[in-house]
Design a binder for this molecule. Structure first.
Ligand SMILES: Nc1ncnc2c1ncn2[C@@H]1O[C@H](COP(=O)(O)OP(=O)(O)OP(=O)(O)O)[C@@H](O)[C@H]1O
Ligand SMILES: [Mg+2]
Length: 352
């Protein structure tokens, strides 16, 4: 092609355990996979979602982009964690422009940080079902420093972050595209990564409750290290089903089952909180994303504790790919880790 489309975009998810990249092309009736890859990060590079070692993160992003021969400079990326606040609020009906000029003032009471230290974004969801003079608005606020750190990673290596999303909305975006949003049911999308999880409850396809919890797969490693006295590296190996000399497999299974149980407890707490604050509505099904959804122990702990169906999302379910170019086995295996990056890759230049 003579002129490369200016709309080309690549989804890059900087997670605390790895940088993940997905590039899609829009084709008739859906998407075609163009590029897919990930590179691990050392555990100390990102801690609690904060970039501690920008050089390492930049080198990793650069290596990934170069090794996959990505041509576009436009990046869709996302953030999450305690520096990001997501609130669904109710305001008197007003136009987008009116809200734009008053959002700073309206938002102040919902944000636990100094209003001058945050970037604010919003989306008008529509009139309130109970009171038509009011409307529901999704409010998002993120600490400026935090956003700038993430933007800086890309800017310093010649990439342009054109879309700054939130992890849980990227997962929702991917879910809608691949699974549809038509269901009237109440479902929870739960993305469990290395250092945290994002819970997003959808009712009839609309987000009604979100929550970030600062517990993720690393907790399994910490328990293994603490209870079996193994190194961080060995803990990761054991967690992924590998063997370590002089470590009893039955003991490993027991520690993992206990830790999975604690994770499931955290999930249950969130779902219970949702029920308690929404006229006792109950989540009917959980869709899992994130690397930790590969863990059989975590899935069975969730099934047992929640007593509702648990399904692992395949972000590539609705995406065409050439099996000569991408090994289906690999695509399936990395799927859970690619949920955020896939949702990002579906964004377009100009999206918020
Ligand atoms: N089979 C498995 N069993 C248990 N855990 C697994 C398995 N495969 C991957 N993981 C874990 O999944 C995590 C990586 O998932 P993911 O890529 O979603 O996290 P991340 O995006 O890097 O983290 P975060 O979003 O918390 O910053 C790691 O903790 C990894 O050990
Ligand atoms: Mg993640």
């Amino acid at each position: 092609m003579l002129f490369k489309s200016k709309k080309d975009i690549v989804g890059i998810d900087i997670g605390s355990s790895a940088v993940k990249l997905v590039q899609l092309k829009e084709v008739k009736g859906g998407y075609q996979l163009q590029n897919l890859g990930l590179l691990p990060l050392p555990p100390e590079a990102i801690v609690d979602h904060s970039i501690m070692d920008p050089t390492v993160v930049q080198d990793t992003v650069r290596n990934l982009v170069e090794s996959l021969k990505i041509k576009t400079k436009n990046v869709a990326t996302s953030i999450s964690g305690h520096s990001v606040i997501i609130r669904k609020i109710t305001l008197p009906i007003m136009s987008e422009e009116e809200l734009e000029s008053s959002i700073q003032w309206e938002a102040e009471q919902y944000i636990p940080f100094d209003i001058n230290d945050v970037n604010i974004d919003f989306q008008i969801l529509g009139p309130d079902a109970k009171d038509p003079s009011q409307m529901n608005v999704m409010l998002v606020a993120a600490k400026k420093d935090f956003v700038n750190d993430h933007v800086g990673v890309f800017a310093d290596i010649g990439l342009t972050p054109v879309v700054m999303d939130i992890d849980c909305f990227a997962v929702e975006n991917m879910f809608e595209a691949s699974y549809g949003s038509g269901a009237e049911a109440i479902v929870a999308l739960i993305n469990i990564g290395a250092s945290g999880m994002n819970v997003n409850i959808l009712k009839a396809g609309e987000s009604v409750f979100t929550r970030d919890i600062q517990v993720g797969g690393n907790m399994l490693n910490e328990e293994l290290q603490k209870r079996l006295g193994v190194s961080g590296e060995d803990a990761e190996r054991l967690k992924l089903g590998g063997k370590v000399e002089d470590v009893d497999a039955a003991e490993v299974a027991e520690v993992l089952a206990d830790a999975a149980e604690s994770l499931a407890q955290e999930v249950q707490r969130s779902l219970d909180f949702f029920s308690a604050t929404s006229a006792d509505e109950k989540v009917q099904k959980v869709f899992l994303a994130g690397g930790v959804s590969r863990s059989a122990q975590v899935i069975s702990a969730l099934e047992e504790r929640l007593g509702i169906p648990i399904e692992v999302i395949n972000p590539f379910a609705g995406i065409h790919y050439n099996e000569k170019e991408f090994d289906p086995e690999y695509v399936r295996a990395v799927g859970p880790l690619m949920s955020v990056a896939t949702g990002l890759a579906m964004r377009r230049v100009g999206d918020k």
